[in-house]
Design a protein around this ligand. Structure first.
Ligand SMILES: [Zn+2]
Length: 375
């Protein structure tokens, strides 16, 4: 498992490129008698592997792409070297999420070795663009095709890094939605010494930002944090110190609970702009709806399996960013996300604890065993 993981980390599979990770994984799965299919959509490669011919469909969902490393010289070890230091394995994509992929393949191997009779169909769906943009193609088209072919996933385990302090202390049973926007506040450009002849969009943005920052969009609910609003970029100015620019750009994002929706957020946002009598251009970009798994069957399988291995039950919540679970949710699938500790994801010196990865592998195997006994 660790060797497989190191091989995967040594491949620079920056989103949306798989760069050969699937070739390695596919060979492991063919050896286990999986039927493998590659599905290419836009710039993205996807691997769909299945075994078994009867019963409900369980699918492990994962991705092989990684985010950029940032300055490589800031890393303790080169980010694609997969260096082991004591109990830690360093590298871009270790925690997010090549470790889960390696752990699931190992757990499947062990499970199939000791269980000849499968009471469910076991599938693995991997994409090479979880981290990138929709322009390169997400797995949504694959999911739509699966729905059209009546290949409906009943239970989905997503390997995203959901743990917070130690492995399996947290799992996700939902995710907030993500609504992005690009706002241009329009003013009037001119010489900084002639305030009567200019309209300064930078000064206009002051009241706006303060109102947006103080606004309570909703209160969330028992499983979801309240909707949060953030600004990621502000851009204004011509470069000259004596010119007031004609426009100011703001890039922002809502992470929203099911207590809000696309329409309510758009209209609340726009009414603040109108209240301040701003002139503006505004483009919206809905990146993902929230999803939530209500049924208890698969949630219990995962929680019980984790407890049998670790002695504690994971806290089930709907925190964190979006995940590809949002696309699978269209099938009314029971989805639970469980993976390694996420403290170092997307950061310099991303790493996982090797001992915890073996624990995660055991939990995944226990999930398969318990599914087989309960289906
Ligand atoms: Zn991920």
């Amino acid at each position: 498992m660790i060797e497989l993981l190191q091989k995967l980390i040594q491949i620079k599979s920056l989103s949306p490129k798989d760069m050969g990770c699937f070739d390695i994984i596919e060979q492991h799965l063919i050896d286990l008698n999986f039927k493998c299919e590659r599905i290419k959509y836009l710039n993205v490669e996807n691997l769909y592997a299945t075994i078994g011919d009867k019963g409900k469909l369980f699918c492990f969902l994962g991705h092989t792409d990684v985010v950029p490393t940032g300055p490589e010289d800031k890393w303790k070890y080169p980010p694609f070297s997969a260096t082991i230091d004591g109990d830690l394995l360093y590298g871009r994509g270790t925690a997010d999420m090549k470790a889960s992929v390696a752990a699931f393949i190992e757990s499947t191997k062990e499970f199939l070795d000791s269980n000849d009779d499968l009471n469910f169909r076991l599938a693995i769906l991997l994409t090479s663009n979880e981290e990138g943009t929709a322009n390169d193609g997400f797995i949504d088209k694959i999911i739509e095709k699966m729905i059209a072919d009546n290949e409906i996933i009943d239970f989905c385990l997503v390997g995203e890094p959901t743990s917070s302090e130690k492995v399996a202390d947290c799992a996700r049973i939902g995710r907030r939605g993500s609504l992005g926007g690009h706002l241009k506040i329009l003013g009037k450009q001119g010489h900084i010494a002639y305030p009567e002849k200019i309209v300064n969009p930078i000064l206009l943005s002051g009241d706006l930002i303060s109102k947006l920052n103080n606004k309570i969009w909703d209160d969330g609910n028992a499983d979801f944090d309240p909707t949060s609003f953030q600004i990621s970029n502000i851009n204004g100015g011509t470069g000259a110190h004596n010119v007031v620019p004609g426009e100011l750009e703001i890039i922002f994002n809502f992470r929203f609970s099911p207590e809000s929706n696309e329409e309510s957020l758009k209209s609340d946002f726009e009414s603040i702009l109108d209240e301040l009598k701003l002139r503006y251009d505004l483009n919206w970009d809905l990146n993902g709806y929230p999803y939530y798994t209500e049924n208890n069957f698969f949630k219990d399988i995962v929680s019980n399996s984790a407890e049998e291995i670790t002695g504690y039950r994971p806290e089930l919540n709907a925190k964190g960013g979006t995940s590809d679970g949002r696309f699978v949710a269209k099938m009314n699938t029971e989805i639970v996300e469980l993976g390694p500790v996420n403290k170092s994801i997307h950061q310099i010196d991303e790493h996982i604890k090797i001992s915890e990865l073996w624990t995660l592998k055991d939990i995944y195997k226990q999930i398969l065993i318990n599914l087989n006994q309960n289906l």
